[in-house]
Design a binder for this molecule. Structure first.
Ligand code: ADP
Ligand code: MG
Length: 696
């Protein structure tokens, strides 16, 4: 249960003054539903109103606060609404107009009565050599000078939400914020000279100088650390709980592996063998395995997963391989079947599409232990699926699932099921820690030999016909081509070359050789198109990003990506990874529709310069910040509100150590620091971790 002290922070934002139903929606979209969310919305700028020049000394573009006498009002001519309303103001040194567009006369006369003194504050701009101020931010009577904020924090906004209203709501929120017990280790707190939580929060919202807006300011660093610590502590608790469950030692005798190895057309790389050795050691121990196998696209994770599963089968148990999509599950089943056959291992497929009798038969063969390896989608973990003895679960392309799903899956396997998660997402080290801090990590650092670099080029969409010609030439030499279009769903208002349209146009050019696959097609249709592409019956596949994950057609050597400027780096990298998987030389054409923004330009440039997924991921992190990377919401990556991993990675490392130490010395969070730490977990809504404590 959430501690009472946090209740004011978890009140709805609509309970704040000035936040009615209309603004509530906007604030919710901008920050979140609770007062706490709004308090995590930190200012991005600051306006210093302390500068008080005489009119004669104002400069273009600066924020100034002037003490003036109001002079003549000059309304626009009745019939010309585009001419602004002018109010002349003066001091001893000169005069200048205040400019108001679409002004209400009565309002201006009330605010600026002729002959009276006023303080006005706003941005000076020069028009035809003379200063003026358009829509002053503040107009204050001299007696009420105190109402004029000297330094004003400004916040990122969303359309329709006025700065002033947001500032007011945040300040009201700050007044309600409770003082929370200190959860930081005293020595650490002292070493950093950080303020306490409430003081830090307030300071972050009342910056006094630009340096206060920097991520390394004491207030911001402290808040970031709080968030990182809650993340790491939650993961450490989950991890501890997973470890606490006894595993079962699984030790294969190598007989099946040897047969599969003989059937493979290649030898394992050093990196693959190394990862396998780490997996074997985990499985042989009496702790359950919880390991992440990280390897760039095309690095050969599948065969490592297979070998790991074979150990389980050698030990007389069963194994499962779960893929995130139907296409991938089928591809895995088809690819692994001949290898399993060579070793006399029984493999079956189970997806949402297996129904009725066939499904029942599979389930009964699974329950009897006749099936050694089950490959499937989420359907694998449905309630009526019962293994005889599941000892090993491999999850492919995990980045689509989060910690929650991971927990669910482990529950399914019964006591001691070993779990190997494989991901192609080149998550930077820092992010790995935040998302997978509960797991051990193996990395495939080298690619199988013989791969040629992919020739990546940026091509303006104006040159589409040249691209089509290049594709024609490639197809004439027997190449297989992917042509990727942005998602249909996103096309609403945007000028997207929808996949269907492109398919139509390319079919017109290339006839029967063209296929189309997108997310809205029925699964069976998708499969049949994929199968035809795999077999070479069609050689140009128009696709949406459904092909992003895992699809393996080594013969494909050309990748065209339309509107490449709209994709994130990670996604581009995943897409490009669909080619360059065989021995043939591959090409990737990134079509952009200009004009392209600075960030998009930088992304495309990185794509051209490197194929190293980790470099790309680090660059992505730098360009976009962790929040946006991979689209956190779908990816299961934690979303940070206060921490900025590109600036706070050292704090992350410290939080990692801190969390480990806490869980080691006080595993049930019962010690003196721990009441505060529990509050911290609730504050950042990491409640699920508290469930793992004895007295949760
Ligand atoms: P990913 O890590 O992206 O899942 P895959 O497991 O699909 O990669 O492997 C990519 C391709 O590389 C496949 O065609 C696979 O057969 C091949 N491959 C895997 N390991 C090796 C190896 N050691 N030597 C040569 N080719 C390999
Ligand atoms: Mg794969």
């Amino acid at each position: 249960m959430r501690p009472e002290i946090l209740f004011p922070l978890f009140a709805r934002v609509s309970s704040l003054p000035g936040i009615g139903p209309r603004l509530e929606k906007l604030v919710e979209r901008l920050a979140g539903p609770h007062v706490a969310d709004l308090l995590w919305h930190l200012p991005s700028g600051l306006i210093d109103r302390r500068f008080r020049p005489p009119i004669a000394e104002v400069k273009d573009g600066e924020i100034a606060t002037l003490t003036v006498t109001v002079g003549l009002h000059v309304p626009p001519p009745a019939r010309n609404k585009r001419v602004p309303y002018r109010v002349w103001v003066s001091d001893e040194t000169g005069e200048m107009p205040l400019i108001f567009f679409h002004a209400r006369t009565d309002y201006l006369q009330r605010m600026l009565p002729e002959g009276e003194k006023r303080l006005i504050s706003g941005r000076i701009d020069f028009y035809q050599g003379s200063p003026q101020m358009t829509h002053p931010d503040h107009i204050v009577e001299p007696e009420k000078e105190a109402e004029l904020p000297l330094i004003e924090a400004t916040y990122p906004l969303t359309q329709g939400l006025p700065q002033k209203q947001l500032q007011k709501a945040i300040h009201a929120g700050l007044e309600r914020a409770p003082d929370l017990p200190e959860w930081n280790d005293p020595a650490w707190q002292q070493k950093n000279a950080w303020p306490g939580w409430l003081a830090a929060l307030k300071a972050a919202h009342v910056p006094e100088r630009p340096a206060d807006l920097e991520p390394d300011s004491p207030a911001r660093a402290r808040l970031a650390y709080d968030e990182l610590l809650s993340n790491q502590l939650a993961l450490a608790l989950v991890r501890r709980r997973m470890r606490a469950r006894a595993g079962r030692p699984i030790k294969g005798d190598g007989r099946l592996r040897r047969q599969v190895e003989k059937a493979l057309p290649f030898a394992l790389t050093g990196a693959q063998s190394q990862a396998l050795a780490e997996i074997d050691a985990d499985m042989a121990s009496d702790r359950r395995m919880l390991r992440l196998l990280q390897g760039d696209v095309g690095s050969g994770k599948t065969v490592v997963g297979l070998m790991a599963m074979l150990s389980a089968v050698e030990a007389g148990a069963q194994a499962a391989l779960m893929a995130p999509t139907e296409i991938l599950a089928r591809q895995h089943a088809a690819g692994l079947a001949p290898l399993c056959e060579a070793a006399g291992v029984t493999l079956a497929l189970l997806t949402g599409r297996e129904k009725g009798k066939a499904r029942e038969e599979t389930l009964s063969r699974l329950a009897s232990g006749e099936i050694d390896i089950l490959v499937g989608t989420h359907a694998l973990f449905q309630e009526d699926v019962a293994f005889k003895d599941l000892a090993m679960a491999v999850v492919d392309e995990q980045h689509r699932f989060g910690v929650h799903q991971r927990l669910q899956l482990q529950g399914k396997g019964g006591a001691g099921t070993n779990v190997l998660v494989m991901t192609a997402t080149p998550i930077p080290r820092t992010l790995t820690l935040t998302a997978y801090g509960d797991m051990d990590v193996s990395r495939l650092t080298e690619k199988p030999p013989g791969r040629q670099p992919i020739d990546t080029r940026l091509v303006s969409a104006d040159r589409l016909h040249e691209v089509v010609e290049a594709v024609r030439r490639a197809m004439a030499t027997g190449a297989r081509v992917y042509w990727v279009c942005p998602l249909v769903e996103e096309s609403d208002a945007l000028d997207v070359a929808a996949a269907e349209e492109r398919f139509g146009a390319l079919s017109h050019t290339f006839g029967e050789k063209v296929g189309l696959v997108h997310g809205r097609m029925k699964a069976a249709e998708k499969d049949s198109v994929m199968a035809r592409f795999q077999s070479g019956e069609i050689s140009l596949l128009v696709a949406t990003t459904v092909i992003e994950v895992g699809v393996d057609v080594p013969e494909a050597t050309v990748m065209v990506i339309e509107h490449a400027e709209r994709f994130g780096l990670a996604q581009l990298h995943q897409l490009r990874g669909r080619v360059g998987r065989g021995a043939g030389k591959s090409t990737c054409l990134l079509l952009y529709h200009g004009p392209v923004g600075e960030t998009a330009k930088a992304r495309l440039k990185i794509m051209r310069e490197t194929e190293d997924g980790f470099v790309i991921a680090e660059e992505d992190l730098r360009l976009r910040g962790a929040g946006e990377l991979l689209g956190t919401r779908q990816s299961g990556m934690p979303e940070f509100r206060l921490a900025d991993l590109s600036a706070h990675s050292e704090l992350l490392a410290a939080a990692y150590d801190d969390a480990r130490l806490i869980v080691e010395t006080d595993p049930e969070l019962e010690g003196p620091r721990s009441a505060a730490l529990r509050t911290l977990l609730y504050l950042f809504e990491r409640d699920e971790a508290i469930k793992y404590l004895r007295s949760g």
